[in-house]
Design a protein around this ligand. Sequence first.
Ligand code: ARG
Length: 578
Amino acid sequence: MNIREFLTDKVQAAMTQAGIPAEYSAHVAASKKAGFGDYQANGAMAAAKAMKTNPRELAAKIVEHLDLEGIAEQVEIAGPGFINIHLNEPWLAGELQQCLGESALSVDKTTAPQTVVVDYSSPNLAKEMHVGHLRSTIIGDAIVKALEFVGHTVVRQNHVGDWGTQFGMLVAELESQAETTEAGIALKDLEAFYQRAKKHFDEDPEFATTAREYVVRLQSGDTKVLALWQQFREISLSHGEEIYNLLNVSLTRANVMGESAYNEDLPVLVAELEQQGLAVVDQGAKVVFLPELADKAGNPSVVIVQKQDGGYLYATTDLACIRYRVGKLKGDRLMYFIDQRQGLHMQQVFALARKAGFVGPEVSLEHHGFGTMNGEDGTPFKTRDGGTVKLAQLLVEAVDRARALIDSKGSDLPDSEKAEVARKVGIGAVKYADLSKTRTTDYIFSWEKMLSFEGNTAPYLQYAYTRIQSIFRNANVDPASLDATLVITEPQERQLAMKLLQFPETIELMVKEAFPHVLCSYLFELASLYMSFYESCPILKDGVKETTRDSRLQLCRAVAEHMQLGLSLLGIEVMDRM
Ligand code: ARG
């Protein structure tokens, strides 16, 4: 159960009974400070202002009608008209008890399921995936998992860059190497292949001519060139899949819907824009002027939809793509996880799609941008010699570093298990370091920080989880079969229980705002509260009553279950020991 929502309904009902018009909402939120109860309802002030009455008196009237029998132990009015709700401990314990062992814990399915189309990862297939693709890939995947978890129908879309002029050059290079090298081997290192093709193109005019011809032949559906293109695309996609597997990201081949897929719709779309009078010819190109996105001086924003030479652009493809997502996929909500620097592009595409009637007002169009991953010097993360860092290399290094760390701690696990732990810790560290930052800000990539066992890191959370598992091993108890009654007596137990019960509202916020860091902060706070509980509430010590011990074991179990589920929504794995 989502307690915030539950209390909101209760307060809202009391407001109605107190004669407050329905347009004034209850404004219930978890209290930020101790001493103000667990939740606070702030709606009385705004309502009183509009109704021209005394806010404290109105709050008192609401409280009179507020039915929280057996749920709250105290409801008080504070300051200018805040209503502070202190929840009842047995009720909290009962709620928590109910969710133990449940696969969704206390998270209910949404009552308003939507079809959500999520565009993420979407690398350019001409090159190897590099660190610039990390954020879109893992942030998108975390949101997708959370959306599905709460009951939405999610359609993943990997809008790969598999079309355009570069492919003429790449396909020509593939052909020229075919005599001596097998495609799979030639393309083993896509980055090096791209560099060779570029060099060839720059230095050999004959090759450059072929490359240009191939672009045209590709666009017109020439079988031979298409076959080469397909071969290239296939190999590049499988490189991407290796990364997705390593990253524990749920994208598959079935989710690939690249730029090439919209090729046929582009001329149709441009013709429609012209018919509507939206696209006009300007200096030989077809462009749309958008006064609604004018700059400060009043100049309209310009979107080129077809170049003078007939070629189409990134924006044209994205417009066709929107039509598909709304028309064929029936998306209610379209989410795009793309670098913030493409913000203007997305604004233009969205504005034009609405203006042209490709999308109705009922569909939500959302660009969820993100900042840059920077090196310690504050500029975009690069190799020592200034090159782009390949994602595959970065992930291998993460696992190697995690392995060295585990070895240095003198772990006595068998070798094969150590390797497994190193994989989970290394990959988890990279992902968590990224997901835990507010999406919209830049962040500094630091091996040292992300692999630390202290602070808001994956290893810290994974370690906290293993500590709980070791308690169960020491107690010789299988947590899944515990059926003891959970009782809250100590303040640390209460705080911990309250936090656990806030899991549903955390997920709600994460899904609404597309903010994975909300869940990360929650898990970190949960682990920290668990640590203080562990320090002040003995569990397996001599002299602890059996009922107390078992109740505390239930609390441990609840923490472990929430951590495991929370981390799995972020695509991060846990382990029983490390
Ligand atoms: N391929 C693009 C890039 O690497 C990202 C595509 C994002 N998706 C979209 N529908 N525009 O920058």
